[in-house]
Design a protein around this ligand. Structure first.
Ligand SMILES: NC(=O)c1ccc[n+]([C@@H]2O[C@H](COP(=O)([O-])OP(=O)(O)OC[C@H]3O[C@@H](n4cnc5c(N)ncnc54)[C@H](OP(=O)(O)O)[C@@H]3O)[C@@H](O)[C@H]2O)c1
Length: 329
């Protein structure tokens, strides 16, 4: 009799734990589905009016790829744009396109973010007097154009500093410059472009992946600090977008064009402060976390396979890089 009583007691406990676990996962998945629906479906219908943040938007790395697409989409939604990049010709070309297509004002600031601290005093002077409501910290560069080991970049010493200045220092310093104005007006938006490569440690993109997790943590912490003062800091972590950085890979259901990515990502403003930017990238993120988790990425097996893959695609990538450089010339 005692044994039967003990048995039914332990099975009730197990049953109870099982029910609580099932309920927990059902609630969690329901919440995630609702959140995804809100961020990627409802946001297509009702978008935040970005003009309420202020008159001007500042976009770094604004002359090609995701940055150019953000600049144009923001202009389309009624903001005047400050474009920041290295090349004066490209800056003037994009500014002209924005002015003629969207009838918005533009300003251009030519600078090289790899130069580090000295550039920011000149930037602040050129931004003086503008009512800036939005900052898009987009500029970023890869350590190498291909998957590679840490020591394989030519001129490693210089390259490390360049990538850190461009991917980390730019975001931190640009936020320092723009944030006081937003705080004073009690309203503003900063969008920081991180990467899917930051969602897990990514060997063979070591420096890039490490700089991008800085962007993610910086954004999330800053948002926690400043949201009560009316400022939103949104972190966007895209998967593959067809740009110069990805050797202009053909657009397909997995690889977005920069224009359609920027449109989708801007729709998510006001709905979430951390996003892959679009539904296909969000789904790829979930699939990758399940089928290629962190421990597998870090295994010697996986690193060797990635090295093999990198060797096999190197000739194609070099060809694409040459094509991109020819186009730039
Ligand atoms: N493409 C993707 O699949 C992907 C995925 C995840 C995250 N991201 C992130 O998205 C951001 C934009 O990437 P993208 O693919 O659009 O790159 P991209 O096509 O190479 O464009 C980079 C932009 O930044 C400017 N730029 C580059 N280096 C600069 C420097 N040192 N100083 C000033 N401006 C500089 C470039 O213009 P100039 O050459 O005229 O200076 C260009 O306008 C990056 O932060 C990247 O890490 C991209």
């Amino acid at each position: 009799m005692v044994e039967i009583a003990e048995c039914s007691w332990s099975s009730s406990v197990l049953c109870c734990i099982g029910s609580v676990t099932v309920l927990y996962y059902m609630l969690r998945w329901s919440w995630q589905c609702w959140h995804g629906f809100k961020v990627f479906v409802i946001s297509e219908i009702w978008q935040t009016d970005l003009r309420t943040y202020g008159k001007w938007a500042v976009v770094t790395g604004a002359t090609s790829g995701i940055g150019e697409a953000y600049a144009k989409e923001l202009a389309k939604r009624g903001l005047d744009i400050v474009l920041i990049s290295r090349s004066d010709d490209k800056l003037r070309h994009v500014a002209k396109e924005i002015e003629s297509q969207y009838k918005r004002k533009t300003r251009v600031i030519q600078t090289d973010f790899t130069d580090g601290h000295p550039i920011y005093s000149a930037i602040v002077q050129q931004l003086e007097g503008l009512e800036i409501g939005i900052l898009v910290n987009n500029v970023g560069m890869n350590y190498m154009g291909v998957l590679a080991n840490f020591l394989d970049a030519p001129d490693t010493e210089q390259r490390i500093t360049q990538v850190i200045n461009c991917n980390i220092l730019s975001i931190t310093q640009m936020s320092r410059l723009i944030l006081p104005g937003l705080v004073e007006r009690g309203k503003g938006l900063i969008i920081n472009i991180s990467s899917e490569a930051a969602s897990q440690p990514q060997p063979m993109l070591t420096v890039y992946s490490a700089t991008k997790i800085f962007v993610t943590y910086f954004s999330r912490c800053l948002n926690a600090e400043y949201r009560s003062r009316g400022i939103t800091i949104q972190c966007v972590a895209p998967f593959m977008v067809s740009t110069n950085m990805t050797h202009n890979l053909p657009v397909n259901p997995l690889i977005k064009s920069a224009a359609s990515f920027a449109r989708d990502a801007l729709n998510t403003v006001g709905y979430t402060t951390f996003t892959s930017g679009c539904i296909t990238h969000a789904l790829q993120h979930i699939a990758l976390c399940i089928f290629f988790p962190g421990w597998l990425r870090l295994s010697s097996f996986s690193v060797q396979r990635m090295a093999q893959f990198a060797r096999s695609v190197e000739p194609q990538i070099k060809k694409r890089m040459a094509e991109t450089n020819n186009k730039k010339d």
